[in-house]
Design a protein around this ligand. Structure first.
Ligand code: ADP
Length: 547
């Protein structure tokens, strides 16, 4: 969409006059250099994935100008982050840290409180601090993308893999602290991190894990990237999906390169869904499945060709089931309903014996068909899956956005046990409510041995206020309906954070009261990302900020 003149020149932080704001900005410019502070006073440009804005949510669900920052600051070091945090406390101005700010479908780089100052860490803090080939680990700053880390490992010719999510342009650190996932055996990014350096909301500096024990003669602790919990409470968890600190460095474990084999299995009927889940569970629990596989509805085979919806169907409604089947019959997957993408790892003999067990388990579902990448055309999606599943960052998933003009998307991401009964309840809620709100349902299930991430990608036209309203309405009703059955989301867009956090309300909101206790202790002035993940500091509570 074209940029339009701004309604308001600069959206001021709450409770801050223009005069006080200008004085505060002048002092910040003195502190860290005028060139490192930019006012957000120009027309907003949505850009695209690789040129994304840090001024607002490019995938706006509400008015483009509703979720904007007042300014962006670019610290170049942990010490400068501390300066910014102290400045925020002094002037009582909320700040909102981002690593690279892509975070597509979850709010982009937009602060939850309009007028907050975005702390864009990624622009200048983009060093790969260390790669340790013996320990198979690395330490990165917030601005290191999957592409950058991958390329450095290639440049050094190390036999190591990274783990990348579907899109490789995001921040390794940012994704991990938002608890994102990838698809190699080390796909749980937070679980595979080791050690953090964090600036606390009062400006103090903390190292977690073994980093808390000073190394000899002032060097970093030699075990910092080797042992996660160290001694005492395991504190790292509270810095993920929270507003308790700004993570300036983080260690990650890397995987050793190995042979691998991706494959695709198709299933003929919509009703096969519960049986597929039942077959996956033991295979995943016994670790016969090599990674976190994906189960997708076949409509995504149409979508991942990169062709627009209008190519397949010209009606205004969601694309009907029989139209999907008719087109699928012409595609390499053939006429089917569900498509499973998996990858096996190890040596050739190991992979072959695993594949035999997997084929035999799935053969219980009548009409299932097994494909290897070599059975499929070179432009088929499986080849990009095979790259992601072997730690090679790609951008193929951006093809989603060809589905509609001005396409943006939201993720509805509930977690269910890996069990037919639960999966069916959540899937039926999705089918019913997507139909009610007039959206195509694009479910992708990342299935582990005990839980599945059910990810529904809601694609809407951000130039249409009606579609935006319906997309938001659909999200709200999905969250409520899933919670009523006992299911909750693992992550959500900033606009729905309050609602999702509110569903985790067991025992009179014990969890949120616990989070608020920590928030108030660490951030008495309430300056760090107020409202992120539904956690409001005490100076915001009860003042109508919750959505
Ligand atoms: P990516 O570019 O990988 O998608 P982002 O930089 O957008 O990731 O990070 C996702 C979210 O996580 C941000 O909106 C922010 O709330 C939080 N976040 C990111 N980096 C940090 C950080 N270094 N410290 C604290 N919170 C962060």
């Amino acid at each position: 969409p074209e940029s339009v003149p701004r309604r308001c020149n600069v959206r001021l932080p709450p409770g801050t006059s223009r005069d006080a704001f200008d004085k505060a900005i002048a002092s910040l410019r003195c502190d860290i250099g005028a060139e490192n502070v930019a006012l957000n006073d120009q027309p907003l440009v949505d850009g695209w994935y690789l040129e994304h804005p840090n001024t607002h949510d490019a995938f706006h669900v509400v008015d483009q100008e509703d979720l904007v920052c007042s300014a962006v600051v670019y610290p170049a070091s942990t010490a400068e982050v501390q300066v910014v945090v102290k400045w925020a406390n002094l002037h009582a101005i909320p700040i909102y840290p981002i690593s690279m700010g892509r975070n597509v479908g979850y709010g982009g780089s937009a602060p939850r409180v309009p007028g907050a100052v975005v702390v864009d860490l990624g622009k200048k803090m983009n060093r790969i601090v260390d790669i340790d080939p013996e320990n198979a680990s690395c330490v990165v700053e917030p601005g290191v993308s999957y592409f950058a880390l991958y390329e450095e490992i290639q440049r050094r010719q190390l036999p190591l893999w990274i783990d990348t999510p579907d899109l490789g342009g995001g921040s390794v650190l940012g994704n991990a602290i938002d608890r994102g996932v990838g698809y190699t055996p080390m796909g749980d990014h937070f679980a595979n991190h080791c050690g953090m350096e964090v600036v606390l909301p009062n400006g103090e500096l903390l190292r977690t894990g073994m980093g808390a024990l000073p190394g000899k003669d002032g060097v970093d602790n030699p075990t910092w990237q080797s042992f996660q919990p160290a001694y005492g409470p395991y504190s790292d968890g509270i810095f993920s999906q929270s507003n308790f600190g700004i993570v300036c460095q983080m260690g990650f474990w890397l995987m050793h390169e190995t042979a691998h084999q991706s494959y695709m299995i198709t299933f003929p009927r919509d009703e096969d869904f519960p049986d597929i889940v039942e077959v996956i569970r033991p295979l995943a629990q016994k670790r016969i499945l090599g990674n976190i596989p994906q189960l997708r509805h076949v409509v995504q085979e149409l979508n991942v060709t990169g062709l627009p919806k209008s190519h397949w169907y010209s009606g205004p409604s969601p694309i009907p089931r029989e139209v999907v089947r008719k087109h699928a019959a012409q595609l390499p997957c053939g006429e089917c309903s569900w498509v499973f993408y998996g990858t096996q790892y190890g040596d050739d003999a190991g992979i072959n014996s695993q594949l035999d067990m997997i084929k035999s388990a799935f053969s219980k579902i009548k009409g299932s068909k097994f494909f290897l990448p070599k059975d499929l055309p070179v432009d088929h999606y499986i080849h990009s899956r095979a790259l992601v599943c072997s730690g090679v960052p790609v951008l193929r998933e951006l093809d989603w956005l060809n589905w509609k003009p001005n396409a943006a998307h939201l993720f509805f991401s509930p977690i269910t046990p890996t069990r037919a009964e639960d999966a069916k309840i959540v899937h039926d809620i999705n089918v019913r409510l997507h139909r009610k709100y007039g959206f195509d349902l694009f479910p992708t299930l990342c299935v582990a041995g005990r839980e599945m991430h059910y990810i529904a990608n809601i694609i809407y036209d951000r130039a249409s206020n009606d579609e935006k309203r319906r997309a938001a309405g659909l999200m709200r009703e999905l969250i409520a309906a899933a919670a009523k059955e006992g299911y909750g989301e693992y992550r959500t867009h900033i606009l729905f954070a309050d609602q999702v956090a509110g569903t985790y309300k067991w025992n009179n909101n014990a969890l949120m009261r616990f989070n608020e206790t920590i928030k108030d202790a660490l951030d008495p002035n309430g300056i760090l990302a107020p409202g992120r993940n539904g956690i409001w500091p005490k100076n915001y509570r009860g003042k109508g900020w919750q959505l």
